[in-house]
Design a protein around this ligand. Structure first.
Ligand code: RIB
Ligand code: CA
Length: 315
């Protein structure tokens, strides 16, 4: 039986690869997508999610529109590594969706899908955690239906938007603390320390583009993002952060995780939005998260290529 999967997302180039991986993987049944502000505005992330699902032949998947801003404090302005439209300026190359978002907002859609599920659902937040924090605050009963959260976010040894904060957590630190620290839902956190190590090379992308028209369209969304990551990484590659998190949802254990207590810095100091991981040997903490810190990197890239390279066959 496939694992029911819901992805909460702010597409986003790497979000696009994550959605494609979910659509290409028979181990999971993508039952819903919810959108959140983040890489670009909620209007753009929602339009991008609808267009990506149209590209993937998945107009059957409902899209619930979520939060347009963080829980408490505004997200500081940042020019997006994903281009002004969130997809390197190429959102317009994707098929126009034949449907709009679901009549239900993100929290309502999440609640109804979870209530209706006949087996535990994996929820994969790959943007700011605002929608998930709102869901758990408004409908705590749904925690019984969430098999696990697999969250892309945080940086254990450093950040990407500041020296210590990773973008998803930095965008709404209060929501991240609510979900990662205060709530008691089984959670695997996939931090940027690992996702950066899973970056794919320009040649990998070029080869993937040759496998199908859908894969070519996906790779066609990468130019701005790839250019940014060439600078970040210092070599011809780009991080597919969110696809690494979805890979863990599709194939549990593909990443190697270790349990640590965490906190999130919600101060207004230089470390606002930083993930604080307590790696002391003797610590008595109320909650620990499984934090993915290692993987067979070549094996993971081969898995991603194998799945994304079969996209054309599944359309
Ligand atoms: O820091 C990486 C995360 O921020 C990814 O989810 C990317 O899409 C951006 O949202
Ligand atoms: Ca994202």
């Amino acid at each position: 039986m496939p694992i029911p999967l819901i992805i909460d997302t702010d597409p986003g180039v790497d979000d696009a690869f994550a959605l494609a991986l979910a659509a290409a993987s028979p181990e999971v049944e993508l039952i819903g997508v919810t959108t959140v502000f983040g890489n670009v505005s909620l209007e753009n992330t929602t339009r991008n999610a609808l267009r990506l699902l149209a590209l993937l032949g998945r107009d059957d998947v409902p899209v619930g529109v979520g939060a347009s801003r963080p829980l408490v404090h505004p997200q500081p302005h940042l020019s997006s590594a994903h281009g002004s439209d969130g997809l390197s300026g190429y959102a317009g190359t994707l098929p126009e969706p034949t449907r709009g978002p679901d009549a239900r907002d993100a929290v309502t859609l999440l609640r109804e899908l979870l209530d209706a599920a006949d087996r535990p659902v994996t929820v994969v937040p790959i943007g700011p955690l605002t929608n998930i924090a709102l869901l758990l605050a408004a409908h705590p009963h749904v925690k019984a239906k969430i098999g696990r959260l697999v969250v892309m976010g945080g940086g254990v040894t450093g950040g990407n938007v500041t020296a210590t904060a990773e973008f998803n957590v930095w965008s709404d630190p209060e929501a991240a603390r609510r979900v990662l620290v205060e709530e008691d839902v089984p959670t695997t956190l996939v931090p940027m320390d690992l996702t950066r190590r899973c970056a794919v090379a320009g040649g990998w992308l070029a080869e993937l583009a040759g496998t199908s028209e859908v894969a070519a369209a996906l790779v066609g969304l990468t130019p701005d993002y790839l250019a940014t990551y060439r600078r970040f990484l210092g070599w011809d590659g780009m991080a597919v952060h969110d696809a690494v998190a979805v890979a863990e949802a599709v194939r549990p254990g593909i990443l190697t995780s270790t349990a640590f207590p965490v906190d999130v810095d919600c101060s207004f100091g230089p470390n606002r939005g930083a993930l604080v991981v307590d790696r002391r040997l003797e610590v008595d903490a109320p909650k620990e998260l499984d934090i993915a810190l290692d993987a067979d990197l070549d094996g993971l890239r081969a898995f991603l290529f194998d799945r994304l390279g079969a996209l054309g066959a599944r359309q």
